[in-house]
Design a protein around this ligand. Sequence first.
Ligand code: BMX
Length: 301
Amino acid sequence: MGATVNRSPDAESEPRDGVERVAVDLGGSRCRVALVRGAHVVERREVATPAQAGPEAVVAALAALITTWPQYRSGVHVAATGRVHEGRVTAVNRATLPGWDAFPLAASLSERLAAPVTVLNDAQAAAWGEYVHGAGRGTRDFAFVTVSTGVGAGLIASGALLRGARGLAGHLGFVAVPGSEPSYLEAVASGRAIASRGSAVSGRSLTTAEVFANAAAGDAGAAAVIAAAIDELADALVTLRWLLDPQRVAIGGSVGLAPGYLERLVRALAQRQDGEPLHLVPAALAADAGLVGAAAWTPDT
Ligand code: BMX
């Protein structure tokens, strides 16, 4: 971890009132670019991520959106899915961003834009956004967990964002889940996993939302897939509690914020807890946590 610049939400890491920053949330399916002022997204644009076309095509797509706001010349603040280390992005889950292996996103985008670019993992950025402006305000030890395409997390310990020696800190989606194949959490609990496991049990191709709808309509196979996903995440959250002891955990992501999901997760967790309970809350900034956090982040030096 770097020095002290990211330790206090009220100190120099927060943009001054009125300062608008251009932020990017690069996901496996959507590239979202926004003008952010403090906790607020002032304007936004988005396109489908041209993931199959490779990193350079993604950079070109991002640049086309970013340059619609002249404020980009003062800096561009990126939250990206994948492991981020020294401005390079590596897809831990290669299905999300094929061909991203230490791709120099910061340098490539900076060269194209002739502007400074910072890059942070998306879940780490969202954790920082929630800590500074959202559900983590007032805590010192806090976690944000996203359940969306993948499963990720960002961890705040004693007021500092943990990035890890190689950018891996918080990659909750890769904790072991013995007995599943592949044997890690994301392969059971992510939106993509729910869609593919739900499709396998029903014998036809389903989206994540369709698996949830089928379960609500009484389909036992779909319900079992969702129950397994929630149970495995609850087990991982118990581990998180023992490691970080957070005051609060915000749950976000398109699956994590879907109606009824958090309540089910809270119930699953209640069955596993001894002693001090883990306090789960919905992500206050919803889908904008990564954009707001990237804009609020000042890199370590
Ligand atoms: C994956 C991993 C994480 C990311 C998390 C949530 C890749 C490409 N991504 O675990 O870095 O934080 O997904 O990301 O390996 P999302 O794509 O679901 O938003």
